[in-house]
Design a protein. Structure first.
Length: 196
């Protein structure tokens, strides 16, 4: 069964086309118009081993907010669609990931219920032209559209770029584990409820 999806979303603020394969090789083609977000999504695809295409045209003359938020929406919808009934997935994933002086904890439960806990502080308000607060907005949008419990905590950090990069890498590797197929429960829904 191919676990892939394609999402198109057009509003007055953004025009987004996104494709996702959960069982890829980490290949990506990312063009959001935001250099730093391109970098983060490329890392996300690589560390998650997801094949990912993102093309976004947004109202960057305003700022990066609408693009970051709406890409998060589309990525969440893409994960939800590609996972289907979630049969055979491991469901849970976690990691404590070092990035030089930075240490990020990430844990998730693909439970079908949205819960987001984010405890990350950045020394600067911007990384280049990218507002650091948009990392949180991106993942809020993601979790709302692929319902899961996602916890992200900064255990150590000193450089804003490293912190954001650590977050994207940690979440990618957490999701890589959670969406992977468990050979022991390949045809089972990983819940006593029988549904996620």
């Amino acid at each position: 069964m191919l676990r892939t999806s394609e999402i198109s979303r057009k509003t007055a603020e953004t025009d987004i086309f996104l494709t996702l394969s959960l069982d890829g090789k980490g290949e990506s083609q990312i063009d959001t118009g935001i250099g730093f977000l391109d970098h983060m999504l490329t890392l996300f695809a690589s560390h998650g081993r997801f094949n990912l295409t993102v093309k976004c045209r947004g109202d960057l003359q305003v700022d990066c907010h609408h693009s970051a938020e709406d890409i998060g929406i589309c990525l969440g919808k893409a994960f939800e669609k590609a996972l289907g009934d979630k049969r055979g997935i491991r469901r849970y994933g976690h990691i404590i990931l070092p990035m030089d002086e930075t240490l990020i904890l990430s844990a998730c439960d693909i439970s079908g219920r949205s819960s987001f806990n984010y405890s990350v502080k950045y020394p600067t308000e911007k990384i280049g032209e990218f507002d650091t607060e948009l990392v949180e907005e991106f993942f809020i949008s993601f979790v709302r559209n692929c319902p899961m419990s996602l916890h992200i905590r900064e255990l150590a950090g000193g450089n804003s770029h490293h912190i954001a990069e650590g977050v994207f890498k940690a979440v990618a590797r957490t999701l890589r584990t959670a969406v992977s197929r468990d050979p022991d429960t390949f045809n089972e829904i990983p819940s006593t409820k029988g549904v996620l």
